[in-house]
Design a protein around this ligand. Structure first.
Ligand code: URA
Length: 260
């Protein structure tokens, strides 16, 4: 028996969290009955599970891609405000895939997408400290004091952020271009970190995640991950050397912030 949301993720319908939303919305039936509550378990061999009226079955072929998400797309499988979603950009992928985590509507760059529910869970679980790198164009100058503050942690929504790797990589017409690597995934975290030091983010682009680099994938286009990239991701959360381990090298042994 498996939890219904895990079963839906294994079928490539949505991530486990996304599946919870679909269940709450009444779009999932088990043996003909709509299920809205969490915690229901299904027998993957005998129960009949339907999503939007169609029976779903576990997928065997796993697909892993990276999308260069443009600004102006939501990172969900469907949007109640009828905005464009990242699904529109991967409509030519022959199997159903879903986003691994989120990028804000106004953020661009690297977004992983897959139908591998287990891997999605491990990449997005906070305990695995998966690193994400962003290039942020921010207003104003970033001096040494501000850099130190951002590196050591700033208060965001009442909780100090963990240590981050931050460096100035250039100047823009409006201010400064900064490269920032974090391993948390709080809501609008990078924007809020800069707000905390008095700057406003004018452009935000994710360039790396879990050791993968966006590289030259054109804006709005996707590419399949290579076998070695997939193998690297599969080490996350297994105790083998992974990007979580690499994060310890970057952030120091204890990735928890000690300056609270
Ligand atoms: N931080 C943000 O502020 N936005 C994102 O989309 C990702 C990280």
């Amino acid at each position: 028996m498996v939890r219904l949301q895990k079963f839906l993720a294994d079928c490539g319908i949505a991530s486990r969290r996304g599946a919870e939303t679909l269940i709450k919305a009444g779009r999932v039936k088990v043996n003909g009955e709509t299920v809205r509550e969490m915690g229901v378990k299904v027998d993957e061999y005998s129960d009949i599970v339907e999503f939007d009226g169609k029976q779903v079955k576990p997928q065997t072929k796993m697909v892993y891609i990276m999308l260069n998400k443009p600004v102006g797309y939501v990172t969900t499988v469907s949007d109640d405000k009828d905005r464009d979603t990242v699904m529109d950009l991967v409509a030519d992928v022959p199997v159903r895939i879903y986003p691994v985590g989120r990028l804000d509507y106004d953020t661009e760059g690297l977004l992983l997408m897959t139908n591998d529910g287990d891997l999605t869970y491990r990449i997005t679980h906070p305990k695995n400290n998966v690193q994400k790198t962003y290039e942020a164009e921010v207003t104003g100058n970033i001096g040494m004091d501000t850099l130190t503050q951002l590196r050591q942690g700033v208060m965001v929504d009442g909780v100090r952020t963990s240590r981050a790797k931050v460096e100035v990589i250039g100047a823009t017409r409006l201010g400064t271009k900064v490269k920032i690597t974090i391993h948390e995934g709080r809501n609008r975290q990078v924007r809020k970190m800069f707000e905390a030091v008095g700057c406003s983010v004018k452009r935000l682009k994710r360039t790396e995640e879990a050791g993968l680099k966006l590289g030259h994938t054109p804006l709005g286009r996707w590419r399949k991950l290579t076998e070695s990239e997939v193998n690297m991701l599969k080490k996350i959360g297994t105790g083998k050397k992974s990007s979580a381990e690499m994060s310890k090298q970057v952030f120091g042994k204890n990735t928890k912030n000690k300056h609270r």
